[in-house]
Design a protein around this ligand. Sequence first.
Ligand code: URA
Length: 256
Amino acid sequence: MDEFQSALGVVIDRLEEIRDGGGRWPRASREVLALLQQVPSRVSAPVRSKTERLEELRTLVRACDLCPHLAQSRTQTVFGVGNPDADLMFIGEAPGADEDRQGEPFVGRAGQLLTKIIETMGFRRDEVYIANILKSRPDMPAGAPGNRPPTAEEMKNCLPFLIEQIKIVQPKVMVALGATAVEGLLGFRGTMSKLRGNWHSFQDTPLMITFHPSYLLRNQAPAEKRKVWEDMLLVLEKLGRPITPKQRNYFLPASA
Ligand code: URA
């Protein structure tokens, strides 16, 4: 609409020039010029809801073949899920096999743990928004088990979709899950022990870094769970959410 308005402005200015200069062609009476001035308000684009904008974006993502190898290997794209008005957004790295099959982020074992963390924070899963940097599962050699991390180039290709999701949802706080997500968002690699628990900013939105839930599946010590939980307490504080004494003390060693 901005481009349209400025193009129209140029046309109106030129018509006025011609008219003031006494030109006979094209003819533009004062009435026609006045009508043209009103056009922007008459044709202003209908306001689309966040849900509609997300659906349009989902269609673009579905058709994307910027990474032809992924477009070929994926079962489907995995767009994002949750509340289009969410205050809180979780960002992972890429779909795994379960997500590729089901078309929804974080539905495998790591996803179930993420859902538990979200619920322990006092949210329902469908109250927050969950997305990945990559919308396609990184391809694996036929029959190979597990997942591979996305490459820097794959993340660079896909990041604009996530940025658009963030612009639409406008969360108040975001959480980056794991070092690969941090690299995709902020462009640097670091050790999670140094990165986690710190606030950064992405798209002018506060971004907390914490461990990926799959790290917690591999390291089940309460001390590691507590680190993630402390990061989530910072997120709750930033959101101004009430924190119960029970929540404050999760995963702390029982006092003697
Ligand atoms: N790990 C991720 O980073 N994202 C998912 O959707 C699932 C596992």
